[in-house]
Design a binder for this molecule. Sequence first.
Ligand code: AMP
Ligand code: ZN
Length: 491
Amino acid sequence: MDFYFAIIHPMSNTLFFYNSLSRKKETFIPIDPKEIRVYTCGPTVYNFAHIGNLRTYIFNDLLQRTLIFLGYNVKRVMNITDVGHLSGDGDMGMDKVEKAASEKGMNAWQLSDYYLEAFKKDMERLNMLSPTIWEKATATIKEQINLISQIEQKGFTYKTSDGIYFDTSKFPEYGAMSSLTNDGIKEAARVDFNAERKNPRDFALWKFNTTGKKRAMEWDSPWGIGFPGWHTECSAISLKHLGNPFDIHTGAIDHKETHHPNEIAQTEVATGKKMANFWLHAGFLNAESDQKMAKSKGNFLTLQSVIDRGINPLAYRLYTYGMHWRQTAAFSWEALGGATRAFGRLQVFVQENLPNSTNLPNYDDRGSAPAGALPQFKERFLQALSDDLNMPQAMAVVWDLVNTSKKGNFQAEAVKLLLDFDRVLALGFSQIIPIGQIPENISKLIAEREQARASKNYALADKLRDQIQKLGHTVVDKQPIVWYNRQALLV
Ligand code: AMP
Ligand code: ZN
């Protein structure tokens, strides 16, 4: 039994998160209020991230930002899976990175670096904070071998012809958060079959190279040449940087069934201590057809394909706030169009009401918010965030603030508060330039573009928009027209 000394942080609201471990919403009590430790399962870098993956990482970013907004220091660690994730997510099949590299005629190391850079670029375009620590699976082989040795010393492993396996029958708590019944596990194991496995839930800690060909990524180990199982890296990396127990472990719902139960089994057997207090699992974003969106299925949209349709990546970010992070939902171009228009309205509202905008009366002359109005909006915003990161509710507060300020003529104060909220929303409000401060060369191009649009010369208008973009500025039309082409939606 572990005992934690808990102090509620003086700056924080009471926070609630739905914890997959207890299957209910719980009050969040930090283990050490001086620093909250969070672990995020990172991407498998064998292809571009799709917008479903990115929705999960936006949720992770919101979590990090909200904790910071509430006054906490946060140490968030994210792994990069560049080895060991096999097609089918189980213990059979080819390594996803090695397979993609051979298909593309690339080296596995180069391929994973390429997609890692692409992922980082997507994170930047979506205004995500960097985790405190990134760690590649291939950079922690020593730690992973040590972890497997510890599990072996405790008598929880056995050897088959293709690897070292974890014996789940010796860990009765196995799969506490999984919704899979034994029948479901057997069915999954039937597809992903290894006859030597003692129990369908057993999983590989170390895999031998059984292909007869040298892999680009393989290492010597006490058990023979091979590579770590997919689950091993997350236990080793979290132990290395966060110890255990740590506060929050995040992922998406697919991890609840196998990957996370396996991580828990590894860490808790190796250390004899709980792995993490809170387990947060994000809902999936399905394809428009409501089928699972998956890199392995090829039915996915990348962020670039959204941008190619003229949609600002931050409009996609706003789109994800329309759903609760735990809700699984089908992607919809119509809903993304609505979010794009809403995003444009918010940007225009901020720009028109930023102090220093020349089209406004002097900031000091503007009406001020009725006493108590702004703290009340901030309180409601904080309440929405604190209640299991309820973003639809937080956005309702944002719109209420915008509309109420227009009626009460306290827009400039509302914008100041929006800039504060943007530390969590990350919609780029702080990068908006007041109208009076737009550089002269940009103003000239904007005026030319307005003229081109007025005379319906859209080709020229687009060219000017690109030119402005190259100079580091983005034009937002007051009523952005979003047009959807249902063809060629897939990358
Ligand atoms: P992967 O790169 O496949 O390891 O996945 C990266 C992250 O995206 C993991 O947290 C997955 O659980 C999550 N994920 C995978 N597919 C989806 C989806 N369709 N919607 C939301 N998250 C997903
Ligand atoms: Zn993981």
